[in-house]
Ligand binder design. Structure first.
Ligand SMILES: Cc1cc2nc3c(=O)[nH]c(=O)nc-3n(C[C@H](O)[C@H](O)[C@H](O)COP(=O)(O)OP(=O)(O)OC[C@H]3O[C@@H](n4cnc5c(N)ncnc54)[C@H](O)[C@@H]3O)c2cc1C
Length: 414
């Protein structure tokens, strides 16, 4: 694979960009692979990448029923942060955030990581206490966050109204090294690197069955025929329950629609990400100038990949309260994705009742930020059968009551 560089861009500019090679191959499936990953979202592709990079396992196929990155990976609002409360969460999200810092160089692909800072507003006394507690926990975990005053909030985001009609701003949890990244580029960068290692990314190939022999996986049935494998990693977000049913067990997961919207582009007015969890809305400004807006998930299970109208209204109302100036903006687009929610709002990175079948899911409304860390840990789990990063996120925690409760950090969509 030829490396991307400033020189290559200049060279191609002189010949109408005719010389670029395809970023990844589109091969037909082989009969057998050492590892099959189901789902070519960011997490599936990152898993494959670290299987190759960290463990030398490259006889890998990544099977995708649609197009790569077309699931939640291409539908999220790209917020990256690691200010979680519990130690196992801080470990995996901070690992992830640190991998984002060098991802463009590691993948030779510009993922536009922008550590512009994320501010979570405290608008009730309970939130003030909760975020102060998180800041203390983060200090012990080596995650750099601080609780800031309303005056500092106004300095960081001048367009905010501190005296909202219902909830005044009482402070905020500020993580200066958090930010955003280009979601498609994360998927495309991993895909290009995986293909370059000889892995097969097979799009338009839906897994329809999981074949077993004596309680052990032997392969999958797909819309492109049967494919054998020694190990199977299932990384399908909102469709995890469907795949678990194929394997013959149930997951403690609910699939619900989560949606986002963007405004018309305007001049730069906000250079950080702001989340207002009490009124339930969050916002950042894209490089194109659009305000990127998200809110809460639908309150009922579905697989529709589009959101409901009342959520748009509630989210915009919440943000107009916090940023009155956006009341004059026109909204351009709205879309949805199906997110996979666990009861404790923490992911599942786990072995399963079927030998050599592993599941990576349950990232709910906030898994984009975890993409590289999740891939790093899950690859280790698939390759070695154990990963310190994944240890607390096994399925057995639901049976044993060892929840990793992140309802404060992940209670709002992001
Ligand atoms: C509107 C919205 C906003 C969000 N905002 C943020 C945010 O700001 N920050 C953040 O950290 N997270 C956010 N998230 C969550 C984040 O997008 C997800 O947690 C993350 O992208 C999940 O990645 P994934 O690779 O696990 O899943 P996906 O990207 O959904 O990939 C799973 C893939 O599996 C494929 N698949 C499913 N079934 C099969 C099958 N049978 N055979 C083959 N392939 C199959 C799907 O087609 C899909 O491509 C948001 C989500 C949404 C919907």
């Amino acid at each position: 694979m030829r490396r991307y560089s400033a020189f290559a861009v200049a060279r191609e500019a002189t010949r109408y960009h005719q010389g670029w090679a395809r970023a990844w191959r589109s091969p037909e499936p082989k009969k057998k692979y050492d590892v099959i990953i189901v789902g070519a979202g960011g997490h599936g592709l990152a898993t494959a990448f670290y299987l190759g990079r960290n463990f030398g396992i490259t006889n890998v196929a990544i099977l995708e029923k649609g197009w790569l990155g077309g699931g939640n990976t291409g539908r999220n609002t790209t917020i990256i942060r690691s200010n979680y409360l519990q130690d196992p969460s801080a470990a995996i999200y901070e690992k992830s955030r640190s991998l984002y810092e060098t991802m463009s160089q590691d993948l030779n692909y510009n993922v536009m990581y922008s550590p512009r800072g994320v501010l979570m507003l405290a608008q009730t006394e309970a939130e003030v206490r909760g975020y102060k507690r998180t800041a203390h926990a983060n200090a012990l975990q080596g995650v750099d966050t601080e609780f800031v005053s309303p005056e500092r909030v106004k300095q960081l985001v001048p367009i905010i109204s501190l005296d909202g009609p219902r909830y005044p701003v009482l402070g905020g949890l500020w993580q200066a090294r958090a930010g955003t990244g280009r979601h498609d580029a994360v998927a495309w960068g991993y895909a290009r690197a995986c293909s370059d290692m000889g892995m097969d990314i097979i799009q338009q190939c839906e897994v329809t069955g999981i074949r077993q022999d004596g309680g052990k996986v032997v392969g999958v049935d797909t819309t492109k025929g049967a494919i054998d494998c020694d190990k199977l990693g299932v990384v399908v977000a909102g469709h995890s329950g469907v795949l678990a049913e194929m394997a013959g067990f149930r997951l403690p997961i609910e699939s619900v629609a989560l949606q986002a919207l963007v405004s018309e582009p305007i001049k730069p007015c906000m250079d950080i990400v702001v989340m207002a969890n009490t009124v339930h809305g969050y916002m950042s400004q894209s490089d194109k100038g659009e305000m990127v807006i998200g809110g809460g998930a639908d309150g009922y299970n579905n697989y529709t990949q589009r959101g409901s109208f009342h959520h748009i209204e509630e989210t915009v109302r919440a943000l107009v309260e916090t940023f009155p100036m956006i009341s004059r903006l026109k909204m351009l687009r709205q879309w949805g994705g199906i997110v996979d929610m666990t009861g404790d709002r923490s992911p599942i990175l786990s072995k399963t009742p079927v030998e050599n079948v592993f599941f990576n899911c349950g990232w709910g409304t906030g898994g984009f930020k975890a993409t590289p860390g999740s891939g790093w840990g899950f690859a280790e789990l698939v390759a070695k059968g154990y990963s310190p990063l994944c240890e607390a996120f096994g399925l057995d925690r639901f049976r044993e009551g060892r929840f990793v409760d992140e309802s404060v950090a992940a209670g709002v969509a992001h």
